[in-house]
Design a protein around this ligand. Structure first.
Ligand SMILES: Nc1nc2c(ncn2[C@@H]2O[C@H](COP(=O)(O)OP(=O)(O)OP(=O)(O)O)[C@@H](O)[C@H]2O)c(=O)[nH]1
Length: 383
């Protein structure tokens, strides 16, 4: 079974209280529209400061949305009919990475194992955005392997490179564990247009398939369209979105966490506005959002994810470093590997800042976001 998330068996202290059953699976019985309760009314005994407590509005889910064939096919996928969806996903990933895979594969066609091959391989890896460090490492290890195993033909060398690459990327593989906290709070960051809001929408939909109740915080108070995008998405999918007309994104995040706790939600996801790591005041704002989420719930956010546009090449590494320094990232999502992405940047990340890559995206549809698999990725590159 191609499992999306790893859901920990609920520890006794994390298990939902028996009386307050979790919200019914959204697909089967959509929760009733709860009139928006003011946050202050739901807050725990110690009231939140006015600054973070009372200004957000709730966008309640509409009654009984119509779920049609989309849900049926997704349900079929969950029940085990996922070999088709996996092969079409692989086809999209292969197509997305075809630039690099063509370059790499052509090298080995009828090639002799000599210095020319190593030089061409070095150039192809550098062009794929793998960076100097990962490229040097792969070439050194490959030379060693060829010598040790006395590899004589190009196919065997290619196979050895596949193994090396897979071993290099494997430390990045980690499932996103659900059910560790109630709610599990995720904060999502990234540069402008990386795909944060879209990723949140896709993740929420997938989490719903795992019977997770999800609440979203429209923390991108900078770009009005981002808030609308999240709210429309939430209404369509029966997910409550907490938003503010304008103002402090930290306040929206705080309200969302408070509300998530009061409603016993499984997951709260906090969107944030896009920003460049060089915009220091905006990076400070992100740190503040993270701190304020922690005030709303001890230990939160439990996951701080950086969404990276796969087309940004080596700059992606700079983004990972800067956001990690500011926020101590727990995971990455690499989107748009269907575009002009070259894919090698994952090798660079693995060598220099091995932060787990939870998901990769190869398109705008929900099923285009999938957990990262080192084997699949290398198969798409060198298969
Ligand atoms: N082709 C492709 N497009 C994607 C993918 N993920 C997101 N997009 C598109 O990228 C564009 C930007 O996505 P958003 O989710 O709005 O990005 P954002 O990071 O929230 O943007 P800001 O709020 O402006 O920082 C949208 O048109 C998405 O549909 C992907 O994997 N592949």
């Amino acid at each position: 079974m191609f499992s999306f998330f790893k859901k920990k068996p609920p520890a006794p202290d994390l298990a939902p209280p028996p009386q307050s059953a979790p919200p019914p699976p959204v697909a089967a019985v959509p929760p009733p529209v709860v009139p928006p309760a003011p946050v202050a009314a739901q807050a725990p005994a110690a009231p939140p400061s006015r600054r973070y407590g009372s200004t957000s509005t709730f966008v309640a889910p509409p009654p009984a949305p119509v779920f049609g064939s989309e849900l049926i096919s997704e349900t079929a996928e969950r029940l085990g009919n996922d070999s088709d969806s996996k092969s079409s996903w692989m086809a999209r990933l292969k197509a997305g990475l075809s630039k690099t895979s063509n370059n790499l594969s052509l090298l080995f066609v009828g090639a002799r194992i000599d210095e020319d091959l190593y030089e061409e391989l070095e150039a192809a890896l550098l062009m794929s955005d793998a960076g100097m460090d990962a490229t040097d490492y792969l070439l050194t290890e490959l030379r060693r392997k060829v010598k040790e195993d006395k590899l004589l033909d190009a196919a065997a060398v290619k196979a050895a490179l596949k193994v090396l690459m897979t071993d290099m990327l494997r430390p990045l593989v980690k499932p996103l564990e659900l059910g560790r906290h109630e709610p599990l709070v995720l904060m999502i960051a990234g540069v402008n247009g990386a795909g944060k809001t879209t990723t949140i929408g896709k993740l929420a939909k997938h989490m719903q398939k795992y019977e997770q109740s999800v609440l979203l915080a429209a923390g991108d108070t900078f770009r009005a369209a981002a808030r609308e995008q999240l709210m429309v998405w939430g209404q369509r999918n029966n997910v409550t979105v907490i938003a503010q007309e304008s103002g402090d994104p930290a306040a929206v995040a705080f309200d969302a966490v408070q509300s998530g706790k009061a409603r016993k939600m499984d997951v709260v996801m906090v969107d944030t506005a896009g920003r460049l790591p060089t915009q220091l005041h905006l990076m400070e704002e992100l740190k503040k959002i993270k701190r304020v989420i922690g005030k709303g719930m001890d230990g939160a956010p439990h996951e701080v994810l950086l969404v990276i546009d796969g087309n940004t090449g080596q700059n992606a590494l700079a983004q990972v470093k800067a956001f990690d320094d500011a926020l101590q990232l727990t995971g990455l999502v690499i989107t748009k590997l269907d575009g002009t992405a070259k894919g090698g940047v994952l090798a660079a990340i693995a060598r220099t800042r091995p932060i787990p890559v939870y998901f990769i995206g190869v398109g705008e549809k929900i099923e285009d976001l999938q957990p990262f698999s080192a084997d699949d990725f290398v198969e798409a590159l060198l298969g």
